[in-house]
Design a protein around this ligand. Structure first.
Ligand code: FES
Length: 560
């Protein structure tokens, strides 16, 4: 039986015929990122067979993602599409290094409010009674009344953010952020629902989440020098699928019509497995629908969308674009599958927003290009080598190339669009036109298609919400862009690529991680819980997936 040796981990896995290198790694608990869940489209699971002699023992099936000639010559293969027919040694990328510099937005716009936490404590006869919502949860030896803490968590499809909060004062002791370890198995919501339905997938996804959250809780408690036994409530804010996975609730119904969620939120669930007080609880804020979750309800709470006068469009841009349109207190919500392009996933030189990624880009009047690389402190990025493009960089590059004419209305790279210094960036790769940014970092024609699909989906969602109210983009007073990814975006680029209507110029505000600030508000003020539970009942849910008009409108917004 062939054996695969994973060099970094020095682990040997004997494989039966038909077991891919990715499956072998997963069986040994070795991380190989597979955002497309082994469909063969993302190209992110590539591993190296360093010894040329051993490469003849590796059989690779074609995937939609083609490794470049150079990568193939260097011995790279797609782990999800490659099989060992003899003993081979495999080199897996050091993800920890890349993810350790991940740029994650912890906070967002907030607002002041009274504190009325769910948890209270009372000294009684030499011990402390702990109450939740007036009900006795448990007793502790001695007087622990001053130690009364909670945790708020933003469970993003890609990132996790947590904050440790003093329920008595509202003070935030510490906060942590990390990559959501579920991304190792599947990048976007739909492939994660699919993975959860496969053998033991749901338990795997929940356990890696719980392990990551416990690590964050223990690290924050250490930073704040307090005992996790005195953490009594944890608020989960995230989209509906993330809440199902975090609570080990089977999400399969979210992936099929009529998309009925098992979790509606507005309630407490057991906190078993979390390293908090033995009688601690998890609070789930209310959700709106299968695809508009508690993260958006947190955003509505923070932005007071039900109270603002006029018309506001609220957008949480990510692999799943979630949208709310508020018009004089009346709300409608929807979501569209933008796909992993914004996370740099199915982009040739795509990567997450971590050290080495191009995060912003501009074409100057003379055609020369200015760009910023994450981790660099030098104006010309000399101190950090650019190794890829993250979501915000991708939209800037596309926006600037559309603005300058390098990319035509149909999305094709145009040889005659290069003027002045820009000519230096014109190049070819394997005979195809590319836009070269620096070194090995470039934008390929197929990447532009991914941008068109992602921005077309979001724009169509916005237009269909406007149609739901029988208004147009010019009737909109303000646009709020939320989310970790959204924060690094540039209004001009969003308008240049047509993700936003030109009528939104000058009306766009980036409100940051409102899922997180909303979660803290739910933790510290129980009044918001009842208020939002009532409000979600009055929100119109505009289902786009089954609306025959979606396809027609979407096709109309694919061009630039
Ligand atoms: S996981 Fe292998 S190509 Fe996506």
């Amino acid at each position: 039986m062939p054996s695969i040796n994973f060099i970094n981990e020095n682990i040997n896995v004997d494989v039966n015929p038909g077991v891919s290198i990715l499956e072998a790694a997963r069986s040994a608990g070795i991380v190989i990122e597979s955002p497309c869940n082994a469909v063969g489209t993302c190209g992110k699971c590539k591993v190296k067979i360093p010894n040329p002699e051993e490469r003849r023992f590796v059989r690779s099936e074609d995937g939609l993602h083609r490794l470049s000639k150079k990568e193939q010559e260097e011995g790279y293969v797609l782990a999800c599409r490659s099989y060992a027919a003899g003993d081979v040694r495999v080199l897996v990328k050091d993800y920890a290094k890349e993810n350790s510099s991940l740029k994650i937005l912890k906070g967002g716009n907030s607002f002041s409010y009274e504190r009325s936490p769910f948890i209270a404590k009372k000294l009684s006869g030499g011990h402390t009674e702990v109450y939740g919502g007036g009900a006795l949860l448990g007793k502790e030896q001695g007087d622990t009344c001053k130690e009364i803490y909670g945790v708020a968590v933003d469970i993003g499809t890609t990132t996790l953010v947590a904050a440790l909060v003093d329920l008595a004062t509202g003070k935030e002791f510490a906060s942590e952020s990390a990559l959501n370890p579920q991304t190792r198995f599947a990048q976007d919501v739909l492939s994660r629902i699919q993975f959860a339905g496969e053998n033991n997938g749901l338990a795997t996804l929940q356990q890696v989440f719980i392990d990551a959250l416990n690590e964050m809780i223990n690290s924050m408690a250490k930073t704040a020098d307090l005992n996790t036994e005195h953490i009594y409530e944890v608020v989960y804010s995230g989209n509906t699928t993330m809440l199902h996975l975090a609570c080990a609730e089977d999400p399969v119904s979210l992936g099929q019509y009529p998309y009925v969620p098992k979790i509606r939120g507005g309630n407490h669930v057991s906190a078993q497995g979390l390293s908090i007080s033995p009688f601690g609880l998890i609070y789930l804020p209310p959700i709106i629908s299968a695809y508009v979750g508690a993260d958006i309800v947190s955003g509505i709470l923070v932005s007071h969308l039900e109270e603002v006068k006029g018309t506001t469009v609220f957008i949480d841009v990510g692999t799943n674009g979630e949208l709310v349109l508020a018009r004089d207190g009346k709300l409608a919500a929807s979501s569209t599958a933008a796909g992993p392009a914004f996370e740099g996933m199915n982009i040739t030189c795509g990567m997450r927003a971590s050290k080495g990624s191009v995060e912003s880009f501009h074409v100057n009047d003379d055609g020369s290009c200015t760009f910023k690389v994450i981790g660099s402190n030098a104006d010309n990025n000399d101190d950090v080598k650019a190794t890829g493009i993250c979501g915000s960089g991708l939209l800037d590059i596309a926006g600037e190339l559309v603005r300058t004419g390098v990319i035509g209305k149909n999305g094709r790279i145009q040889a005659d669009g290069y003027n002045g210094e820009l000519k230096k960036n014109a190049a070819k790769k394997d005979g195809k036109d590319i836009f070269s940014i620096t070194g090995d970092v470039y934008l390929a024609q197929k990447d532009i298609r991914q941008v068109q699909l992602a921005k077309g989906a979001i724009r169509t969602g916005i237009e269909m919400l406007l149609a739901h109210f029988n208004i147009t983009a010019s009737d909109v007073d303000s646009v709020e862009i939320a989310g970790s990814f959204g924060y690094h975006l540039n209004e001009n680029s969003l308008i240049s690529i047509g993700l936003l209507s030109p009528a939104f110029a000058g009306k766009v505000r980036f409100v940051g991680n409102t899922s997180m600030t909303g979660a803290v508000a739910f933790l510290l003020n129980t009044g918001f819980r009842e208020k939002m539970k009532e409000l979600v009942k009055r929100v119109d849910t505009v289902e786009l997936a089954n609306d025959p008009a979606f396809e027609r409108i979407f096709v109309g917004y694919l061009g630039f």
